[in-house]
Design a protein around this ligand. Structure first.
Ligand code: XMP
Length: 311
């Protein structure tokens, strides 16, 4: 594919569709939403409103660091604090699909609809890619940004139209476009991070206290495994508990699983052979820096039969 031509065509298409109206782009910091934001900004300039929804489920410092990346490119990002809305929606939900649905509804119905109404916006940009649609339609996984393809009419349901400039591309194509558009390497080569964010890394209910544990653990694991150059690495907080010893007392505490895999496109994956020393260091850090954690395990299951994520 000629990606330069693709960019030119998409910018023209966006201009034609939006005209003199206003559009909204919701950044998550991932390569898809970042690419869409830049395309929208080139096409619409000040008529594009860019927001980052702080849903309380992002990694440490993520809202500010994403806003900073775009500020450097001359694009103003408004951070919207929506933590209460998301935790209320997730309350009592333990089923993975229900958790995903709660997050989707909070985004589209409660938050986007309000911003769009207030700012008199007609269009919403989405970084949906071909794989998102394929997986949702095939029933592999419900991606939060797939609507029309599963029979949801956004205009009717939420009151706005959706623009999806990346719908023909897969991840590798998006990364190429992102690079051509001048996004930094930290964005176009960013490790995949699921739409439901840290709620996908907590088995069972994603309560604020449990999200806080996995946020700390994610910070540690990402730092310690950065040099492995693996495709993806992250911790997962289990719902089950296990006995540990702390200050000579038995304690029934939390279990964290470390997942680190090699993969090309996430369709198949093999576990990384992490040196024992690194695993020991991570275990020590997790169990001392996070008092709620008493046990750490390393997952050596390939995909298939396991998936990369746990929910
Ligand atoms: P799985 O777990 O199906 O993930 O092997 C494949 C890749 O997709 C990324 N990803 C998601 N996974 N929910 C998920 O469970 C999502 O909303 C999502 N978005 C992206 C995942 O991190 C892995 O790289």
């Amino acid at each position: 594919m000629d990606y330069r031509k693709f960019i030119k065509e998409k910018i023209k298409e966006i201009k034609d569709v939006v005209g003199k109206e206003k559009a909204l782009s919701v950044l998550s910091g991932g390569v898809d939403s970042s690419t869409v934001t830049i395309l929208g900004y080139i096409a619409l300039s000040k008529n594009l409103k860019v927001v980052f929804i702080d849903n309380g489920l992002m990694r440490e410092g993520e809202p500010k660091s994403v806003a900073k990346t775009f500020q450097k490119l001359g694009i103003k990002v408004e951070i919207v604090d929506a933590q209460k809305i998301f935790f209320k929606a997730l309350k009592g939900k333990t089923d993975p699909e229900e958790k995903r649905k709660a997050i989707t509804t909070s985004f589209y119905k409660d938050i986007f609809r309000k911003i769009i109404k207030e700012k008199k916006i007609k269009f919403l940009f989405q970084g949906t890619i071909l794989t998102d649609i394929e997986e949702t339609v095939a029933g592999i996984k419900r991606q939060h940004n797939v609507l029309v393809q599963i029979g949801i009419d956004p205009q009717k349901e939420f009151g706005y139209q959706i623009i999806e400039p990346l719908i023909e591309l897969r991840k590798d194509g998006v990364r190429k476009v992102a690079k051509l558009l001048g996004l930094p390497k930290s964005t176009y080569q960013r490790m995949p991070f699921p739409g439901p964010a840290l709620a996908a890394r907590v088995i069972g209910e994603a309560k604020p206290e449990r999200i806080a544990i996995i946020r700390k653990a994610t910070n540690i694991v990402e730092k310690e495994l950065k040099n492995t150059g693996a495709f993806q690495y992250f911790p997962v907080l289990m719902e089950d508990k296990a006995t540990g010893l702390r200050n000579n007392k038995r304690e029934f505490g939390n279990i964290i699983i470390i997942r680190c895999v090699e993969s090309k496109d996430a369709r198949v994956a093999t576990p990384t052979k992490i040196p024992w020393k690194i695993l020991e260091k991570i275990t020590k850090r997790l169990t001392t820096e996070i008092p709620e954690v008493v046990r750490v395990c390393y997952d050596i299951t390939p995909k298939p039969p396991a998936t990369i994520e746990y929910i």
